[in-house]
Design a protein around this ligand. Sequence first.
Ligand code: CMC
Length: 438
Amino acid sequence: MGTQTPETPAGSAQTATLVVDGVSHELPLVTGTMGEQAIDISRLRATTGLVTLDEAFGNTASCRSAITYIDGEQGILRYRGIPIEELARNGSSFVETAWLVIFGQLPTQAERDRFSELLTESSALHNDMGKHFDAFPESGHPMAIMNAMINAMSTHTRPRINDEESFLVAAAHLLSKVRTIAAASYKSHKGEPIIYPRRDLKYVENLLHMMFSLPYDDYEPVPEVARALNLFFTLHADHEQNCSTSTVRMVASSDANLYTACSAGVAALWGPLHGGANMATVQMLQRLHDEGTSAADLVAQVKDRSSGVRLMGFGHRVYRNRDPRSVILKEAVDDLLCALDIDDPLLEIALELEDVALHDDYFVERKLYPNVDFYSGILLRAIGIPLNMFTVMFAIGRMPGWIANWREVNMDPSGRIQRPRQVYTGPELVEWVPRELR
Ligand code: CMC
């Protein structure tokens, strides 16, 4: 069995040849906008009886998508063609970025106004939804609450999406309410009264208000903080076919509604290898601080594979270079700490850890660099976001990407339910044994 990619004259259809037991099979090559090529194996089983095996999808494109482009070798990330650095440099607000990711281009003033209006209108929770918070234990993790509450939204208003307008309303509904849910889960966790959204505040300022105001004491917005949180959300808005987004697409492919699909995204994001890494990274830095462990000692532990210790906030399936989001965040952390006059000892530790790791053969050989989660936690800490809300913040930021991916699945007229194959490794045939003979 072998594969070859024949030299094909420009412009003609390209194929790869798979030879199985001496028989050649031509497989079409699909070329993306940026020139990356994929072998289309969708007819492989029909023509050869074979399936492909790619555990953990390390080498499988699960879909065609026009939303986000990543070049992991070069460290490039673009939303709808716009480099992430451009969005950061121009101070694109989260709402504007969300529109870009969901609808494909930057909004006109009229589109922005309409979107903002819809976000404001949808910000309050249905009164019955508010009652759910009473039933969660105070110690309940806000990610569990968020997951349950987004799903519960379908019980109150199941989105009926049958045209662009109803999709826009449902998307705004979700993006707006997710922020109210996040703040309310924080408040119920703290045992404080839930604070209602305000009509006069923008998206991020409203979230900070709902999290940090008290009935007798309004949170004073700090422009640097709002800017930093807008940037954090913008940098998290989408990241192509990661674990949570693939989950959303998988659920969406069964024709499940937008809210339910996105609540599945929250579940997938929670794990420490994915969105939970922002929390795990700060816990790791805090441990180093409290126990006085040096960066070199931690790196030695990580290299000892039997320890099971990973350097959190480092490494990425796709990036074999610096994660461009971490570069921007590192700078933003510096700016924010300086503006707020905060001296965070964890930043010192993070900087030292990065330096030690980037000069260590283990990390160099494996091309492991800081990812988005390495510095984001320090930024969130400076804003005053508590540790167990870090991944919730990631989820709010990722919502536009999940919504855009749900839409892409939903709008594809040739879309089919996603259903991977497997290679069965269990017993061949087992006979039933009566209970008394077992
Ligand atoms: N610490 C120690 N070793 C690592 C790490 C790490 N953080 N990341 C990768 N490696 C090793 C890995 O064990 C493997 O070693 P070997 O070849 O000897 O078996 C090698 O580097 C290559 O790993 P990989 O195939 O690139 O890793 P992966 O694609 O299976 O996993 C990852 C990607 C992000 C889960 C992993 O790098 C990791 O666990 N990082 C720490 C958790 C983290 O920061 N996650 C956030 C990811 S970015 C945001 C997001 O997705 O939400």
